[in-house]
Design a protein around this ligand. Structure first.
Ligand SMILES: NC(=O)c1ccc[n+]([C@@H]2O[C@H](COP(=O)([O-])OP(=O)(O)OC[C@H]3O[C@@H](n4cnc5c(N)ncnc54)[C@H](OP(=O)(O)O)[C@@H]3O)[C@@H](O)[C@H]2O)c1
Length: 311
C-alpha cells in the first residue's frame, strides 16, 4: 500500500487528486475520503483550492479523525513562482494550515512571468503565448527547492512533467535527489521508457491522470479516446469482476507507480480505493502493454497557454 521513497519516507500508492474539484465540494469530499481510508492527497497552488483543503485538514485533525503524521500531503510550485520558491511554499503551507508538506513538486519545467506569490494566473504575452521567463534555470529553481528541505518546511521534493532529458539533468545538478516525478501516464499513454528511467534512478513515478481523465471530460479537453471504454479493459473488468477504472488503477500500481485519480463522487472514491485486494496476472499486464496509443490527454498548454510546451 506504500512506496518507500529514496529518502526513506513512505508515500501511499493511492492518492486522491483534487484538480477540477468544484469549490464548495472539497471539504465534504476530503472528510469522506479520510473516513474511508485515503491518506495521500495531491494538491497544488494552481488548483486554487488550498484554503478549502486547509479547513478540511484542520477539521479532520482537530476532531481526531486522523493524525497529521498519518497524512501524505503534496503541493506544487506554480510556473510563475520559480523565482519565489520559499514565499510560494510558505503561502501554500499557510493556506493548507500545515507546518510542513510531505512532498513539494516543481509543477512544470517552465518558469513564467511572476504574477505575485500565490497568484497562479498564467500570464500570456501580447502574442497570445505564455510569457516565459528565460532568466531562471531549472537548476536555480531546484536549489531553492532543496533549501525548503534544509529548512524543514518539506520532507521530500520532486519534479512533475519532466521528460528523460530534464530528469537526467536534474539528477546531475541535485544535492537532494528528486524523490518523485509526477507525470501523465495511463493505459493509453504508458511512457515505459520514462517510467523505467526514473525507477532505475530511484525516482518514484506518480501517475497523474491515471484514468486518462481528461478524456472523461471531452467538453473541456476535446479529447478523443477514453481508455476506460477500451475493449480490453472492459474484457478484463468482466474477467476480474471489477470496473475498467479499477483495472487501470491496478495496472498502474503493479508497474510500481503511485496513482492519484480524481473523483467528486463518493461511490467512486470507494471504488478507486478498492484495488489492493486483487492482482492482474502477468499475461494480462502484457496484454495491456499492447493498447498504448501514446496519447497525451492533458493538453492544457495548447489550450490555455497558446503553445504546445511538449513540442
Ligand atoms: N502534475 C500535473 O501537471 C497534473 C496534471 C493533471 C492532473 N494532475 C493530478 O492528477 C489528478 C488526476 O488527474 P485528472 O483528474 O486529470 O484525471 P483522472 O484522475 O485520470 O480522471 C478523472 C476523471 O475520471 C472520472 N472518474 C474518476 N473515477 C472514476 C471511476 N471509478 N469510473 C469512471 N470515471 C471515473 C472523474 O469523474 P467524477 O469526478 O465525476 O467521478 C473525472 O472526470 C488530478 O486531480 C491532479 O491532482 C497533475
Amino acid at each position: 500500500m506504500e512506496i518507500t521513497l529514496n529518502n526513506g519516507f513512505k508515500m501511499p500508492k493511492m492518492g486522491l487528486g483534487v484538480w477540477r474539484m468544484e469549490k464548495g465540494e472539497i471539504k465534504y469530499l476530503f472528510l469522506n475520503a479520510i473516513q474511508i481510508g485515503y491518506r495521500h492527497f495531491d494538491c497544488a497552488a494552481d488548483y486554487k483550492s488550498e484554503p478549502e483543503i486547509g479547513e478540511a485538514l484542520a477539521e479532520a485533525i482537530e476532531s481526531g479523525l486522523v493524525k497529521r503524521e498519518e497524512l501524505f500531503i503534496t503541493s506544487k510550485l506554480w510556473n510563475s513562482d520559480h523565482g519565489h520558491v520559499l514565499e510560494a511554499c510558505k503561502d501554500s503551507l499557510k493556506k493548507l494550515q500545515l507546518q510542513y508538506l510531505d512532498l513539494y513538486l516543481v509543477h512544470f519545467p517552465v518558469a513564467t512571468k511572476h504574477t505575485g506569490v500565490g497568484n497562479t494566473s498564467s500570464a500570456l504575452g501580447k502574442d497570445g503565448m505564455l510569457d516565459i521567463d528565460t532568466t531562471i534555470s531549472l537548476e536555480t529553481t531546484w536549489h531553492a527547492m532543496e533549501d525548503l528541505v534544509y529548512a524543514g518546511l518539506v520532507r521530500s521534493i520532486g519534479i512533475s512533467n519532466y521528460d528523460i532529458f530534464l530528469t537526467r539533468d536534474c539528477l546531475a545538478y541535485s544535492k537532494v535527489k528528486p524523490a518523485v516525478n509526477q507525470i501523465e501516464t495511463h493505459p493509453y499513454f504508458q511512457r515505459e521508457s520514462l517510467v523505467k528511467f526514473c525507477q532505475k534512478h530511484g525516482i518514484c513515478v506518480t501517475a497523474h491522470t491515471p484514468l486518462g481523465g481528461a478524456a472523461a471530460n471531452p467538453e473541456f479537453f476535446g479529447a478523443t479516446y477514453n481508455c476506460l471504454e477500451d475493449p480490453l479493459l472492459q474484457e478484463l473488468a468482466e474477467k476480474y469482476g471489477r470496473s475498467p477504472a479499477q483495472i487501470a488503477l491496478r495496472w498502474g500500481i503493479q508497474r510500481d507507480t503511485a496513482v492519484i485519480p480524481k473523483t467528486s463522487k463518493l461511490k467512486r472514491l470507494e471504488e478507486n480505493l478498492q484495488v489492493f485486494d486483487f492482482e492482474l496476472k502477468e499475461e494480462d499486464m502484457d496484454l495491456i502493454k499492447n493498447i498504448d496509443k501514446k496519447y497525451r490527454t492533458n493538453l492544457i498548454s495548447t489550450l490555455a497557454w497558446g503553445m504546445d510546451i511538449y513540442a
